[in-house]
Design a protein around this ligand. Structure first.
Ligand code: PEP
Length: 260
């Protein structure tokens, strides 16, 4: 797959927000506003309890369903956890892995994230592997070192013949939910580093086709500039994805020089 065919992925992470009824209305409203775009993919990651009731409205709208987390084991005595097979059964095509809130609030380690990524790939669910540095790491000049460490552990032992089964999300921790966004140049620099790392780790053509999303206070008024960067292939959106009109504008980012 070549760079020209990376289909932008505009992803909503609802975290622990919205009721099922609000989710159903959101999907109807979003579909009314954006239709089913052919040149970009629309994804929503609602809470676990919403996956089954939302699968039909999501499928009818042509949107992709994602889970926000998973466990790597197929089954077992893991109270409170949900397996990849269970997620696949609810219609999930994607799963977010290693979100910074999982890493920093719930103590998930790089090694756990690697297991989740491998398990998702083996179950045919596309992992969206989140990586990103904290502010003190950026200020100490450690951004690339942190990204390298997270990528190495998060993708340990996996092989890929094609790019489609994997998505990476670069989300600087200091930009998540803070209203502080990486500048388009800062984001592009990190994305270019990630793509180079992927090209060393996998086949070059595969690396060129892997979608790398940016996340961290993406809003209707900054999405166009971010999406104009050559290595930014989509957005993972928290706060601004909770209101259909706001997320619709993000989905409908203006291409300003870059063809999706
Ligand atoms: C996120 O949750 O992945 C995120 C980027 O949140 P926000 O858009 O609110 O910064």
């Amino acid at each position: 797959m070549s760079i020209e065919v990376r289909r932008p992925l505009m992803a909503a992470n609802w975290k622990m927000h919205l009721s099922i009824a609000e989710g159903v209305s959101f999907i109807a409203k979003l579909h009314e506003l954006v239709g089913t775009p052919r040149d970009r993919e629309v994804l929503i990651a609602p809470p676990y309890t919403h996956l089954w009731p939302l699968r039909e409205p999501m499928a009818a709208a042509g949107f992709s369903l994602a889970a926000q987390n998973c466990h790597w084991e197929a089954q077992g005595a893991y109270t409170g956890e949900v397996s990849l097979a269970m997620l696949a059964e609810t219609g999930c095509r994607y799963v977010i892995v290693g979100h910074s809130e999982r890493r920093h609030i719930f103590g998930e380690s790089d090694a756990w994230i690697g297991r989740k990524t491998a398990a998702a790939l083996s179950r045919g669910v596309v992992p969206i592997v989140c990586i990103g540095e904290k502010i003190e790491e950026r200020e100490a000049g450690l951004t690339e070192q942190v990204l390298r460490r997270q990528l190495t552990a998060g993708l340990e032992g996996i092989s890929l013949d094609t790019p489609e089964p994997l998505v990476i999300a670069y989300e600087p921790v200091w930009a998540i939910g803070t209203g502080r966004t990486a500048t388009p140049n800062q984001a592009q620099e990190a994305h270019a580093f990630v793509r180079e790392w992927l090209a060393d780790r996998f086949d070059k053509a595969v690396a060129k086709g892997i979608r790398i999303l940016y996340g961290g206070s993406v809003k209707p008024d900054n999405v166009d500039d971010l999406m104009a960067q050559p290595d930014i292939d989509g957005a993972l959106v928290g706060g601004a994805s909770l209101e259909a009109a706001s997320f619709a504008r993000i989905v409908q980012y203006q291409r300003s020089g870059k063809s999706p």
